[in-house]
Every structure is written in structure tokens, then in C-alpha cells.
Write a protein of this length. Structure first.
Length: 134
């Protein structure tokens, strides 16, 4: 769910690796981030709508999904969709992107796998800095 820069890149990589990929996107303007050729060939199925709505999730194939990635720019929408998919549809792997520290802790306490782009990039940058302690 979410076809911003991160969602589009992840979807493209998964499709290239041979996975069946559906993107749920509420904002049609965001779909420009997706690979047009992958959408045109059906490697990426595009579903316009709210990723929290059952009809949209069904259209995206949630009943057969091995994973659900909530990667929109809306922390609350990501959390709601991820929790619904995990509990109602019992999808095995659910990842929820969250930027807000408080929500990240809440969603983690609900058993969701939570990732933060800010934390991931910060950690990567800090790993490249040599030990400057002395």
C-alpha cells in the first residue's frame, strides 16, 4: 500500500524478482512513481482506493497475499491497514512504515513489524562515520 518513492521502489524490485505485486494507492497522482512498463505488462497491479477498505483489499488479492507492506506517507493509515490485514486476513508477513516515534511504539506493541525510514537512514549514515572517540 502506497506508491510513493519507497513503495514504488519496493514494488518494482519485488516484481522484477518475479513476485506478484499489487499496489493500493489512494492518490492517483502518486502512481507516476511506478514503473509504467511494469504496470502496463501487469507485473504490478494497480488498485486505486483506501487500503483499509475490504473491497479494495480483495481487489488487490489480499486473500492470497504472502505479505502486506503498508508504505504510504500516512502513519495512521499504515497502522490501521496493517492491523486489519494481520488480524482479519491473517496475512503472514505485515510491515508497517511509521515516522512518528509514539505510533511506532504503539504499533510494535500490537505485534506489527514496524520500520522507520528516518531511523534506517540515520543508522546507515552513522555506520559510515569512523570511530571519532579518540
Amino acid at each position: 500500500m502506497g506508491s510513493g518513492r519507497i513503495g514504488a521502489r519496493v514494488a518494482s524490485s519485488l516484481a522484477t524478482d518475479g513476485h506478484e505485486v499489487s499496489i493500493i494507492e489512494i492518490n492517483p497522482a502518486q502512481i507516476t512513481n511506478l514503473s509504467r512498463s511494469q504496470v502496463d505488462t501487469g507485473d504490478i497491479q494497480l488498485v486505486i482506493g483506501y487500503g483499509t477498505r475490504a473491497v479494495v483489499l480483495f481487489e488487490a488479492g489480499i486473500e492470497e497475499a504472502d505479505a502486506f507492506l503498508a508504505l504510504s506517507g500516512d502513519d495512521a493509515m499504515n497502522g490501521l491497514a496493517a492491523q486489519k490485514v494481520k488480524t482479519v486476513y491473517r496475512t503472514r508477513r505485515v510491515v508497517c512504515q511509521v515516522k512518528n516515534d509514539g505510533l511506532r511504539e504503539l504499533y510494535s506493541s500490537l505485534g506489527l513489524t514496524v520500520t522507520s525510514p528516518t531511523n534506517l537512514v540515520s543508522e546507515m549514515i552513522l555506520q559510515t562515520v569512523p570511530d571519532i572517540s579518540g
